[in-house]
Design a protein around this ligand. Structure first.
Ligand code: RB5
Length: 146
């Protein structure tokens, strides 16, 4: 399974940690920057990953900024993207089960590295439940046009 990852400066260190962790789980990972911890703008990186999720070139994206919020705002403006900020294992699990989230947004200033690893693992390993939730997902895209 192919996973796209990106961060701004605030998420750079966590991104580097997660890349190793995700590769260790056996997934293919592609890094869309940032390439260092110098100040940068999260929309530049979030938009790049959102596009490759929208085009279905990658199954999942992971976006990291200080809070995860800025990344989620930009990603959710791209067609077909369902980006979820997750600060717990529970929210990661339900973002997949009920929302079929395709981008996980993490806040490097909010979660610990160990927490982020657990959240990421659950996110990648949990399947969408379908059923009654499918209709609701369809409505999100129908009603918003994105
Ligand atoms: C950068 O300081 C910070 O604003 C950014 O990483 C992010 O948290 C925005 O949502």
């Amino acid at each position: 399974m192919k996973i796209a990852i990106a961060s701004d400066h605030a998420g750079f260190n966590l991104k580097e940690e997660l890349k190793n962790f995700i590769s260790g789980l056996g997934y293919e990972i592609r890094d869309y920057g940032a390439n260092n911890a110098e100040s940068s703008d999260y929309p530049d990186f979030g938009f790049e990953v959102a596009k490759v999720i929208s085009s279905k070139d990658f199954k999942f994206g992971i976006l990291i900024c200080g809070t995860g919020i800025g990344m989620s705002i930009v990603a959710n403006k791209v067609m077909g993207v369902r980006a979820a900020v997750c600060e717990s294992i529970e929210s990661a699990k339900y973002s997949r089960l009920h929302n079929d989230a395709n981008i996980l947004c993490l806040g490097a200033r909010i979660v610990t590295i160990e927490n982020a690893k657990e959240i990421t693992k659950i996110f990648l390993e949990t399947e969408f439940e379908g059923g009654r939730h499918s209709k609701r997902i369809q409505k999100i895209h129908q009603l918003t046009g994105i």
